[in-house]
Design a protein around this ligand. Structure first.
Ligand code: GUN
Length: 285
């Protein structure tokens, strides 16, 4: 059973180790600016993990922890200043933002070549045109894992459950770009279990604990769980019923220890990419 489990920690450690070696050759450490508005507990954990990853591999991070009451203009001013700052390579504004802030407008104002999340319409549009520039971290982390399994994408039936801009949509684009036949579903899709049973590759990111049961899964298929749910007992679990599905699937990602770690590794990789590009285009120090 153990060899069916796609170990996000191993993959991400390899990526982070390689980046740490690259940092040693950089003129200055790559720098990621992390902006958090408010005190959403999950966001605080994610942001902390991102800052820790920077530290671990020798990047610097600039942290902006802003009160819930921050205005749109105040946040835009910070983003504009970071856009201009030659010592900042990547800008990440943690989502979701408080309701009074317009996240689309904020993302539109991050300069696309510092958009380490790959959320800007230029970067999403480039991915949609199969000319990827900076790719959203979670789907890109999934592709990294899949490439290690060497699936043949042409003729592969992929089902993606989830339509968020952060996960489901870019995930579907990544798979379309590789020639997979992609069905994009959401939690209200009719005959969802039946559609899933035809999936050679099933990717789930809807935030419904243990929604995908063994009876939904095609034997031998690849099951990727992007869900991260906290149960009443405090434990984390994904959108897939891991214990039930493990014996059926060919490969499966655990939660925790799966895709979440890949998101951070890809964020660091994107930051390095932005750093390198910035030197190529401006010769910045
Ligand atoms: N909220 C949940 N996931 C992400 C992510 O990858 N980046 C940002 N900025 N916010 C998020």
């Amino acid at each position: 059973m153990q060899d069916k489990i796609l170990n996000g920690r191993e993959f991400s450690n390899t990526i982070l180790d390689n980046l740490a070696r690259e940092v040693a050759k950089c003129k200055r450490p790559p720098c990621l600016a992390v902006v958090l508005v408010g005190t959403n507990p999950a966001s605080c954990v994610y942001v902390n993990n991102k800052k820790k990853a920077c530290e671990k591999i020798g990047f610097t991070s600039k942290s902006f922890e802003l009160p819930e009451t921050t205005t749109q203009d105040q946040l835009l001013k910070i983003v504009h200043d970071l856009n201009q700052d030659k010592n900042v390579d990547g800008i990440l504004v943690q989502m979701p933002l408080p309701k009074h802030l317009d996240s689309k407008l904020i993302i539109d104002n991050i300069t696309p070549h510092k958009d380490v999340d790959g959320f800007h319409r230029y970067n999403i549009g480039s991915l949609a045109l199969n000319d990827p520039q900076i790719c959203p971290c979670t789907p890109h982390g999934v592709m990294y894992m899949l490439e290690k399994l060497n699936p043949t994408y042409h003729g592969l039936n992929a089902v993606v459950i989830g339509m968020s801009n952060i996960v489901g949509r870019p995930m579907a684009l990544e798979l379309i770009n590789r020639g997979a036949t992609v069905t994009i579903c959401n939690s209200k899709t009719k005959n969802l279990a039946e559609l899933c049973r035809h999936a050679d590759l099933l990717i789930v990111g809807v935030g419904r604990p243990k929604m995908v049961k063994a009876s939904w899964v095609k034997p031998g298929s690849i099951v990727i769980d992007i869900g991260m749910n906290r149960l009443d007992n405090g434990k984390l679990c994904g959108d897939v019923d891991f214990d039930e599905v493990l014996p059926i699937a060919g490969y499966i990602t655990p939660v925790p220890g799966g895709v979440g770690l890949m998101t951070i590794a890809m964020l660091m990789q994107n930051t390095m990419h932005c750093y390198t590009k910035q030197f190529e285009t401006t010769g910045a120090q």
